[in-house]
Ligand binder design. Sequence first.
Ligand code: DNO
Length: 345
Amino acid sequence: MELSFRWYGESDPVTLENIKQIPDMRQIVTAIYDIPVGEVWSDEKIKELKKAIENKGLKFEVVESLPVSEEIKLGTNKRDEHIDNYKQSLRNLAKNGIKTVTYNFMPVFDWTRSQLDYQLDDGSNTLIYDHEKVKDIDPITTQMSLPGWDESYSREELSHLVETYRSMSEDELWENLKYFLDAVLPTAIEEDIDLAIHPDDPPWEIFGIPRIIKNEKSYKKLIEINDNSHNGICFCTGSLGSTAENNLPKMIEQFGDYIHFVHMRNVKRVGEKSFIETGHLTKNGSIDMKEIVKSLKKINFKGTIRPDHGRMIWGETGKAGYGLYDRALGATYINGLIEGVESID
Ligand code: DNO
């Protein structure tokens, strides 16, 4: 297992120098943010990014994310062109030593929360999700801005997208995922790139829009599409652990061959569909983090792992969930768990 850190590029207030100083930090996980979704990531741009990272003594082997366009998720007549571009991006990434490519199949909205600065008892701020509040949010007019949301749409475009997805069933979305995977997997296999689908966050339907990567059943269905291990998973403990229905250690052992990338974070479940993002420690939340690392050892996990969202502590401000300090504490905690678990036979 190698430890990595998500970095949002040169505009990120967290610098590569900061990240390099976190104990045993080896890799940077990032993306190219100034190429519109659906277009090709050129060899030059990838090289430039890789060079910036390697110059600081860090590795670049995992992309998060190479986004899948709404055309592909909706299955419009533009999807084949976007799929061809996706395949070309995979080839260019492979040429530059990328081993894992993360993506998700969440329509329009990536991860979603009801509040970004909820104050915890210790005075830190964190992200929370309260389903009752989310039910009242109008996704078209909301002022909320999350790092995973694409904000390039006009209100009309957004409204059209949301309405189109509202009339789509889960089965139809699965059909479009299958179409995408049938087309890109041969390239991924040929180029030896592991695709890693991120679960839907939260793992249930929101805004009346279907969500399909939620639980054990979803992963079985994913593997039915193609059981090659390149058709892989980004195992996100915080997303999957937002519901007590997911038994995370069991899922890790069950889908071990397909897990290439792990996001480690804790959440405290405070209702059937409500949770608070806590510090990474087992004691802080509802997820047993030690059991997660134990299961990763059992499957002999050789992939990349990263601390996930952090609270805002010590007065830090910045991208919600993606400050330096608490994620660095998370990284150190994960290192401790790995050391502890690896010392047990
Ligand atoms: C949230 C992240 C997600 C993830 C994408 C992968 O913090 O885990 O935004 O990067 O869903 O495509």
